[in-house]
Design a protein around this ligand. Structure first.
Ligand code: NAD
Ligand code: WQD
Length: 338
C-alpha cells in the first residue's frame, strides 16, 4: 500500500477519494487551505473509514509547507485536486484563478521534483475540449481555447504537465478529464457543500428540494437536444473517486503523461435530471425556463472507452443512484457541514 498526498482533499471530490483510499488500505496526507471546504468533511471520512489520515492546513503555493510534508512523510504519489473551480468567478477575478490553479500546480510539481516524487494524478475537466467537437468526446479530439478563465487554467496545467513529462521521463502523470460529478457517499455523511448560491445544477436542485431556494432556473429550452435543455454526462462522485485509485495503480507502473475521460458515456438533459430527481425522491422541484447561460454548450458527454480499457475502471452507478444519493446527503445535512 502506498502513502498518498491529496491536495484539496477536504473538498467535494477529494473527500470521497480520501475515503476510498483509506478503505483500500492506503495512507493519506491531505493538504488543504480550507478556502472552499470544511475540516468536518475529513472528520467524517475518518469516522466512515474507521481509520485516520494526516491533515495539514496550508496552501499548495507555500513551498515550505510542501517541503515539510515531503520531508516528514514518505510520499509515493500525489493526487492534486486543490484549486478554484467557479466558472463565473473566474471571469471576475482571473488572477486568483491563475495563481491558485496554475502557479499552485507549478509550486506543487516543483516540490515533488525536489522530493523526487514523480507520480501525479491531476483533476482536469471536459471543459478542455474544443467546443466544435461533437459528443461523445474522446481523448484524441483536439483541445480548444475554453470560453472562461477557469477552463483556461485546466488547459494550461495539462499542457505544462505534458511538457514536463516529455522533458523528464521520470514523471508519470494522469490527466483525468471529469465530466459532471454529482452524487454523494451512500452514507449521506459526506457530499457537495458549495458556498453561497450554487453554480452547478445538482446542488441547486437539492437546495430547492430542501427549501433553501425557491425554484430552479433552467438555462435555455431551445437547444438542439432531446427536449431543448442542455445535455451533460453526470458521473457519480464515488465512481469518480475510484477512477483516481485506478489511475494511481496505472501510474505506479507507467511513465509519461496521458489523459483519460471520466464519465458514464451517457448524456442526460436538465429536464431529465429534474424529472428523475422528482420520481426517485418523491419531491417536486419548482422551476422556470430562463435564457441560456453564456458559455454553455448544448451537449457534452464522454467516450469513456480509454479509461475502461486502460485503467480497468468502470462506472457502477446510474443517474437514479446519483440523484438518490445527492438527496440523501442534502436531506441529512440541510446546511451542508454547517
Ligand atoms: P472543491 O472546491 O470542493 O475542492 C477543492 C479543494 O481545494 C477545496 O477543499 C479547497 O479548500 C482546496 N483549495 C483551493 N485552493 C487551494 C490552495 N491554493 N491550496 C490548498 N488547497 C486549496 O472542488 P471539487 O469539486 O472537489 O473539485 C476538485 C478538483 O476537481 C478541482 O481542481 C476542480 O477544478 C476539478 N474539477 C471539478 C469538477 C466539478 O464539477 N466539481 C469538474 C471538473 C474538474
Ligand atoms: C449543467 C447543466 C446548465 C445550473 C461546469 C463547468 C465545468 C465543470 C463542471 C469543473 C447545463 C444547466 C445549471 C442551473 C441549469 N466544472 N443548469 N440551471 O456547465 O456542464 O459544467 O461544471 O471543471 O467546467 O463549466 O455544469 O452543473 O453548471 O450545468 O439549467 O441553475 O445544467 O445550463 O446545461 P456544466 P453545471
Amino acid at each position: 500500500m502506498a502513502k498518498i498526498l491529496v491536495t484539496g482533499g477536504a473538498g467535494y471530490i477529494g473527500s470521497h477519494t480520501c475515503l476510498e483510499l483509506l478503505n483500500t488500505g492506503h495512507d493519506v496526507v491531505v493538504l488543504d487551505n480550507l478556502s472552499n471546504s470544511s475540516v468536518e468533511s475529513l472528520n467524517r471520512v475518518q469516522q466512515l473509514a474507521q481509520k485516520s489520515l494526516k491533515f495539514v492546513e496550508g496552501d499548495i503555493r507555500d513551498s515550505q509547507i510542501l517541503d515539510r510534508i515531503f520531508q516528514e512523510n514518505t510520499i509515493d504519489a500525489v493526487i492534486h485536486f486543490a484549486g478554484l473551480k467557479a466558472v463565473g468567478e473566474s471571469q471576475q477575478i482571473p488572477l486568483a484563478y491563475f495563481d491558485n490553479n496554475i502557479a499552485g500546480s507549478i509550486s506543487l510539481v516543483q516540490a515533488m521534483e525536489r522530493a523526487q516524487v514523480f507520480k501525479l494524478v491531476f483533476s482536469s475537466s471536459a471543459t478542455v475540449y474544443d467546443e466544435a467537437n461533437i459528443s461523445p468526446l474522446n481523448e484524441e479530439m483536439p483541445t480548444g481555447m475554453p470560453s472562461n478563465n477557469y477552463g483556461y487554467t485546466k488547459l494550461i496545467v495539462e499542457q505544462i504537465l505534458e511538457k514536463l513529462a516529455i522533458a523528464d521521463t521520470r514523471w508519470s502523470i494522469a490527466l483525468l478529464r471529469y465530466f459532471n460529478p454529482v452524487g454523494a457517499h451512500k452514507s449521506g455523511q459526506i457530499g457537495e457543500d458549495p458556498r453561497g448560491i450554487p453554480n452547478n445544477l445538482m446542488p441547486y436542485v437539492t437546495q430547492v428540494a430542501v427549501g433553501r431556494r425557491e425554484k430552479l432556473s433552467i438555462f435555455g429550452n431551445d437547444y438542439n437536444t432531446v427536449d431543448g435543455t442542455g445535455v451533460r454526462d453526470y458521473i457519480h462522485v464515488v465512481d469518480l473517486a475510484n477512477a483516481h485509485l485506478c489511475a494511481l495503480n496505472n501510474r505506479l507502473t507507467s511513465q509519461g503523461c496521458r489523459a483519460w475521460n471520466i464519465g458514464t458515456g451517457n448524456g442526460s438533459s436538465v429536464l431529465q435530471v429534474k424529472n428523475t430527481f422528482e420520481q426517485v425522491n418523491g419531491i417536486n422541484i419548482a422551476f422556470e425556463f430562463v435564457s441560456r447561460r453564456e458559455g454553455d454548450v448544448a451537449t457534452s458527454f464522454a467516450d469513456n472507452k480509454r479509461a475502461i480499457e486502460e485503467l480497468g475502471w468502470a462506472p457502477q452507478y446510474g443517474l437514479e443512484d446519483m440523484l438518490a444519493d445527492s438527496w440523501k446527503w442534502q436531506k441529512q445535512n440541510p446546511h451542508g457541514y454547517g
